[in-house]
Design a protein. Structure first.
Length: 330
């Protein structure tokens, strides 16, 4: 039986991000006491939390710091019952340029969260990524599929996942790992492929992309957030790893054509060489086996790609000022 999150004290790292900010709003609306951990900037930037309704923001305790600071994380976790760990550097192109920073944030940052959860007896919901599987060796990809580090980013997430596994086995930390497959939706940055396609389709005559043949399993934001909430509510998940994916694949080229059709403008598609990953680093196919999530969490995706793309297009059209259209974002 699922437990209520009403009045639970919950910390979210990466709370200013795309998934994290939506999770913050959902938990506040469920009656949870939410503490949001965001990366410190001198501008006091809280990321996408700034776009939440005022009545939601007023009910959130926002604290700033760095995942790599163990003291900051220990203080943030103090008094919490549940920790959603979403904080990470997530850009694959950026990881080619700055692998040390990515590993420090994603591996050492996760270690600091684990240490704090161990010290304070918190339940931890850890965020992995489908990128840890690399190019599919078999489909659909279940949780026992081999892990392949095909970019410094994916390798850093494999390292983080294995730390979580070790803390469960060595120290009995109550941690569950979720592996979202290509979440998309309102609020996502142009670092991701769907906003990249949409912003260009809305404003330009040419959409410039990388590999058009790579296939992905796109999962809408509300479905992913629902999976996170169910993981926190469901007892007996310690040590488990669970995929959160829609269970259907589409190539990037086909995706671009779908967006063009929905936008209703004549737009060409071109491959831009600088957007291509190194050949052995490209992940050609990701397709989720989501049966474990259905069985353990009672979770299922509800938003199909057509509906999700239309809702994302509508949001981006109203918020184009947040994007640097056409610029290759890392």
């Amino acid at each position: 039986m699922n437990t209520s999150l009403n009045a639970k004290s919950i910390l979210i790292t990466g709370a200013g991000g795309f998934i994290g900010s939506t999770l913050v709003q959902s938990l506040v609306e469920m009656g949870a006491r939410v503490r949001a951990f965001v990366r410190y900037t001198s501008r006091g930037d809280s990321g996408l939390l700034q776009l939440l309704p005022v009545d939601v923001r007023q009910r959130v305790e926002i604290i700033a710091g760095d995942l790599c600071d163990p003291d900051a994380i220990m203080k943030a976790v103090n008094g919490m019952e549940i920790v959603f760990h979403l904080g990470a550097l997530i850009s694959i192109p950026y990881s080619y340029l700055h692998p040390v920073e990515v590993v420090e944030s994603n591996v050492l940052g996760t270690l600091n969260v684990l240490q704090a959860c161990r010290a304070h007896g918190c339940r931890m919901v850890h965020t992995s990524t489908s990128e840890v599987y690399g190019t599919a060796l078999r489909v659909p990809i279940d949780e026992d599929h081999p892990l392949q580090g095909q970019s410094p980013y994916s390798a850093s997430k494999i390292g983080a996942d294995k730390l979580v596994e070790s803390y469960y086995r060595a120290f009995d930390v109550d941690a569950v790992t979720l592996r979202p497959f290509n979440t998309y939706g309102p609020g996502q940055s142009a670092r991701a492929v769907i906003p990249t396609i949409i912003t260009q389709a809305l404003t330009q005559d040419v959409i410039r992309l990388g590999n058009l043949d790579a296939k992905r399993d796109f999962t809408y934001l509300s479905d992913t957030v629902n999976g996170f909430i169910k993981a926190a509510q469901t007892p007996g998940l310690a040590g488990e790893t669970i995929n959160l994916g829609y269970g259907a694949e589409v190539s990037i080229g086909e995706l671009a054509h779908r967006v063009i059709e929905l936008v209703g403008r004549p737009v060409r598609i071109e491959v831009q060489p600088e957007r291509l990953r190194p050949e052995k680093s490209e992940v050609m196919r990701l397709l989720s086996d989501n049966r474990k999530a259905r069985h353990l969490l009672g979770w299922q995706p509800n938003v199909d790609i057509h509906t999700g793309l239309q809702q994302t297009i509508d949001w981006i059209r109203q918020h184009l000022d947040l994007y640097r259209v056409g610029k290759y974002e890392f």
